[in-house]
Design a protein around this ligand. Structure first.
Ligand SMILES: *Cc1c(COP(=O)(O)O)cnc(C)c1O
Length: 387
């Protein structure tokens, strides 16, 4: 037995329901399977390959750093880590960055910051973190507890205590939750990704911000999926005019290498001190060099292009046969189809377009720089198979 699919099935833990396709290489928004079949990539590794596959600038940055110094631990200073932190702070006005290796870990850091801040400033019995129903914050036991979807919790009890969920876009319920609990922070995604690509209503986000001021709790925005240009702003909270205390990000940040970051505002920049938190790989030079090449290229021209492509997608899909609705923001799109989403995704794949799903929707997270003709072709195929 030597075909990759059989080997994988035998030896890799059975946690992913993979499509029966073995991908071997790609360039930009095109990817090829082992038989040479071409696909347009509308998922970018779940919003990871922000500038597409084997992007020249990104590959160069990574290869150069890998051949110079691939790792030295956080006992020493390295340039990519410091410079990446600087760019992230300059682009957001936030003050300090803690680097980790994934979205879940970035959120773990945010949760530790919130707990320590609250313990020091509001008392040790203040630790509750409010999150939203239908949210997704990761797969560790603590970020699962934060995740407001019961089906992820089953059979993994007991989860980390101290999380309370409240419905999205329900201001009255939020007020009651805040009144009934000793709240350290409210944590949310501005656009719920895994939950079905649903943008929060601006009034609701504004209400969180006002309640945070009145009740002195932290605002944590989970930008793991929405961050780094995905929604047409550098971070999605910038669409809402709020000022978060902690911003977490990962996915698109690394452009394809594992990196996560928790960005800390002035209010919490000094909460974590020596020994309070750490990560062997966090801020690894190769990952940081790749991420630096990504964030340095997210400028106004690119963001404007993301918005234009988004408008094109919404415009092309609305009122199309077989499509009930389109949701999301920027190049983070959810499509409710009349046919089951999994059927549409399968048919699109047969015709050479790779899409994702989120709940009952077809989800698109193409590279931010997807060439317009690739985008156009993919959307036409999606329309055709959804009909
Ligand atoms: C993917 C995701 C996570 C988890 O990120 P990992 O890198 O898989 O740990 C957390 N929050 C949101 C909003 C995500 O989309």
């Amino acid at each position: 037995m030597n075909d990759i699919i059989s080997i994988d099935k035998q030896y890799v833990a059975n946690t992913y329901n993979r499509f029966p396709v073995e991908l071997v290489n790609g360039k930009g928004s095109k990817v090829y399977d082992k038989d040479g079949k071409e696909y347009i990539d509308m998922g970018s590794g779940i919003g990871v390959t922000a500038f597409g596959i084997a992007d020249h600038e990104w590959s160069q940055a990574v290869a150069e750093q890998a051949s110079k110094l691939q790792h030295m631990s956080n006992l020493y200073y390295t340039e990519p880590c410091a410079k990446l932190a600087q760019v992230l702070c300059e682009k957001t006005g936030l003050k300090k960055v803690f680097f980790s290796n994934s979205g879940a870990e970035a959120n773990e850091c945010a949760i530790k910051v919130a707990r320590k801040w609250a313990a020091e400033n509001k008392g040790e019995d203040c630790y509750t973190i409010v999150t939203l129903n239908n949210s997704f914050h990761g797969r560790t036991l603590t970020t699962l507890a934060a995740t407001g979807q019961d089906h992820f919790h089953k059979l993994f009890q007991p989860l980390t205590a101290g999380f309370v969920h409240t419905p999205a876009n329900d201001i009255e319920a939020l007020k009651k939750t805040v009144n009934d609990n000793n709240v350290a922070a409210v944590m949310f995604e501005c656009v719920q990704g895994e939950g079905g690509v649903i943008a929060l209503e601006p009034e609701f986000v504004k209400a969180i911000s006002e309640l945070a001021k009145e009740n002195n709790f932290l605002i944590i925005v989970d930008e793991v999926q929405t961050g780094n240009g995905r929604t047409g702003k550098f971070y999605s909270y910038m669409n809402y005019g709020i000022t978060p205390d902690v911003v977490t990000t990962a996915k698109g940040l690394g452009g394809g290498l594992p990196i996560g970051a928790a960005l800390l505002s002035e209010k919490v920049e000094s909460v974590l001190g020596f020994g309070d938190h750490g990560s062997t790989y966090g801020g690894n030079p190769v990952c940081a060099a790749g991420a630096l090449s990504v964030v340095s290229r997210i400028d106004d021209a690119l963001l404007c292009d993301v918005t234009k492509k988004s408008e094109y997608i919404f415009e092309s899909l609305k009122n199309a046969d077989g499509i009930e609705s389109v949701s999301g923001m920027g190049l983070m799109i959810g499509i409710k189809t009349v046919k089951p989403a999994s059927e549409v995704v399968k048919a699109a794949m047969e015709k050479g377009v790779l899409c994702l799903t989120a709940k009952d929707k077809v989800r698109l997270l193409p590279a931010l720089n997807i060439p317009f003709e690739d985008l156009q072709k993919a959307i036409e195929i999606i329309k055709e198979v959804a009909r």
